[in-house]
Design a protein around this ligand. Structure first.
Ligand code: DAV
Length: 380
């Protein structure tokens, strides 16, 4: 690696990948019902109670096999892969402001950890069961932090996660009420404390998109603005008004290389927010329909069928897509990408697909300005 570049260095979602963390399903528990989350079974079992406690070893073993397959593919591309430390997710949490029966897993580092240039940020998180998830990555963070004093490390303020932080009736709102209230971005977390999950961010060099969602509130976006803008970044809140349950941006708006974003046809970006992309000659290309319907997703999976577009870039030319998503593979092939595939459906019930299950720590490249019209419009 080039000695002049800090060991932590990742400015966008697509530059050539050198070091990454791939999550693990080992020791995972079912996500508990809590004010920030109401897990439901899918398909014919919907309506029957959601299981609690540790996931069966058969499920975690199948997911771990697929995660190992992703790790092996990345290694074969010359990428250094790290894995999270084991944690006891079955442990009940009792804190001064909340308690929860068990924790979740370390399958989706993307939700908790983010690299912004030479800085690692640990997100506050929005759910009780995920409050301590950052601990699975602390050994990794310390290794980088000890190795290079140019590495910045920030842990964002932890919210109380007390009952008052949530709108407890959110999950029962009828769809009309949800529609009416989402235009003021009212979801299950209130605006009183700083709340964000790292996966609501998408990095485009100087510019970072942050989705306002069930997992990221306006105070969270304000915190990111105040923290990052003095260091030369621009934070852009983004909204996808047809998504009634927005959580994490990476099944909705997925940049693949400079000038190209994979978009979700069910969830177009707010038109005023599309402007900066169109003004700077970015193409927004809709993903094809996913192979599975929402009802066909694995029974305990809480994500939508749009996990199909949760792809992971090895470089601006190479992208990893879930093995059975052939319509998307064909489209990316036509767009000039070299498409790599791995089976990953057994990971879905652990919180996501390929982008969710990774956290890139080192990509080649530097911070670039992909939106020159924004810079030109700055006062001189
Ligand atoms: O579309 O269901 C899932 C994101 C998982 N981390 C969706 C978003």
């Amino acid at each position: 690696m080039n000695d002049n570049v800090p060991v932590v260095n990742s400015w966008n979602e697509w530059d050539p990948l050198r070091e990454v963390v791939v999550g693990s399903a080992t020791g995972a528990c079912f996500e508990p019902t809590e004010p920030g989350n109401r897990p439901q079974r899918r398909g014919s079992a919907s309506g029957t109670p959601f299981p609690t406690g540790p996931k069966p070893s058969e499920a975690t073993e199948k997911a771990d096999e697929e995660l190992a397959g992703l790790a092996a593919l990345l290694q074969s591309q010359g990428v250094t892969v790290h894995r999270p430390a084991p944690m006891n997710f079955g442990q009940r949490l009792e804190t001064p402001t909340f308690s929860v029966e068990n924790q979740y897993c370390a399958t989706c580092p993307r939700d908790v950890m983010i690299t912004i240039g030479n800085e690692i940020i640990e997100a506050p998180m929005s759910r009780r069961a995920r409050y301590f998830e950052y601990q699975a990555y602390r050994d990794i963070v310390y290794r980088y932090w000890n190795a290079d004093d140019r590495v910045r490390w920030t842990t964002a303020p932890k919210p109380s996660m007390s009952d008052a932080m949530y709108r407890s009736d959110f999950w029962d709102w009828p769809i009309e009420q949800r529609h009416a209230r989402m235009h003021s971005s009212e979801f299950c977390v209130t605006q009183d404390e700083v709340v964000f999950d790292a996966a609501d961010m998408s990095r485009f060099g100087r510019d970072i998109m942050v989705q306002e969602s069930m997992t990221t509130n306006r105070a969270g976006i304000r915190w990111l603005k105040r923290h990052l803008e003095p260091h030369g970044f621009r934070i852009h809140p983004v909204h996808f008004p047809l998504d009634y349950f927005p959580s994490h941006i990476d099944c909705t708006f997925v940049p693949l290389r400079p000038g190209l974003v994979l978009t979700n046809p069910d969830r177009p970006i707010e038109s005023s927010e599309a402007k900066m992309f169109l003004d700077n000659d970015w193409e927004l290309v809709d993903a094809p329909p996913p192979v599975l319907s929402n009802d066909e997703m694995p029974q305990y999976c809480q994500s939508s069928k749009w996990l199909s577009m949760n792809v992971f870039s090895i470089s601006p030319e190479k992208v990893v897509v879930e093995q059975r998503e052939t319509p998307l593979q064909d489209m990316l092939d036509r767009l000039g990408f070299e498409v790599y595939t791995v089976p990953f459906r057994n990971v879905f019930e652990f919180g996501g697909s390929l982008h969710c299950a990774t956290w890139d720590i080192h990509r080649e490249g530097t911070r670039e300005d992909y939106f020159p019209t924004l810079t030109q419009s700055l006062p001189v």
